[in-house]
Design a protein around this ligand. Sequence first.
Ligand code: SF4
Ligand code: SF4
Ligand code: SF4
Length: 381
Amino acid sequence: MTKIEEFIEETGAFDCVECGKCTSLCPVANINSDFAPRLIVVKAQEGLESEIKRDKDIWSCITCEICNDMCPYEVDFSGFIQRMRVEAVGMGNVPVCSEAGAVQTMQRITGMGQKQNRLAWLTDDLKVSDKGDVYYFTGCAYQLGILFNDKAPELKEIPANVVRIMNAAGIEPVVSNKEVCCGHDQLWSGDEVGFIDLMEQNVEMIKETGAKKVVFSCPEGFRTFNIDYQGFLGDLDFEILHISEFLMNLIDEGKLEFKETDETVTYHDSCRLGRHAGIYDTPRDLLDAMGVEFVEMASSQEKALCCGVNAFTNCNEASRQLQMMRLLEAKQTGAETMLAFCPKCVIHYNCLLSMEKMPIEREKIDIKVKDFSNFVAEHMK
Ligand code: SF4
Ligand code: SF4
Ligand code: SF4
């Protein structure tokens, strides 16, 4: 069996009947008429492996999984793209890196076993452990907050705030300086070797701590452990929880209380948490439990629009238009703030909001975009 036949079988692409639903609903195809997921699937069925590997279109997909969700034959298009990117990079077809490759450089440094301080955010007032049942996977939020200090400085506060919330509920989570980036961007940029190395380091490190539960504030880390690590390694012997699930359990046990607020918010379903991992209700339940007034955007949950960039590659005009469309929806709710769990969504939306020259009148999209975990910490009693 050739590689492409393997991918077609694993992702169900043989079942495609060329209905075109994916192309008609794809946000990128709706902006760029040269891009069509259906045609990529058809080329795969026809065995045009090297043509797909050379095709720049495999980098235009933002892997939002709208097509996966809407395909009547359940073709896993984003899974197909993920595998084809690894093959494409092997042939020299590489993505265009945004930010002049700064994020990729940061990832390379974090992944190369270079000595680094992953716990620079840890202050004396925070209680953490070396071993225990609950491991908090801090991910790259702090590092991204430093790199994007001009657009989303609040990201630096996420790890400390999550620990603060856990401490308030009587939990002293395990955190580790041996943690490395989860490898999400490496995998979606076609660097499978780099990804496997990071995965092995993280799994080994978590095993050493004896943790039974691993909690993620970042949707990308959550998806990567849940789907990709378990896809490569089989079932991991610890539970994988998103912070929204973990916090809802604490609220149900009466361990967290919140201040009264009259702030109105809307919530952006980041694709890694929503369509990729199926978590739609718990963030909304959390807002309800906090007593926060919540208004839904015109497109939400399975149909939510995406922030327009994937793995910090191919940020372009289509990305800008998608960001603008989403901020327009958020503003139209009348909410003061749009919350998101994904640090990268917060960066990309604030990037558009920080532009001097906007593609639209500023007042139509001008809304605060904030990290959800920080918002929870600010509203604790
Ligand atoms: S929606 Fe599914 S069946 Fe229809 S063209 Fe796309 S991949 Fe094929
Ligand atoms: S994953 Fe998203 S961007 Fe990629 S083809 Fe599907 S709908 Fe389009
Ligand atoms: S939208 Fe994101 S990737 Fe694009 S320029 Fe802004 S921060 Fe960089």
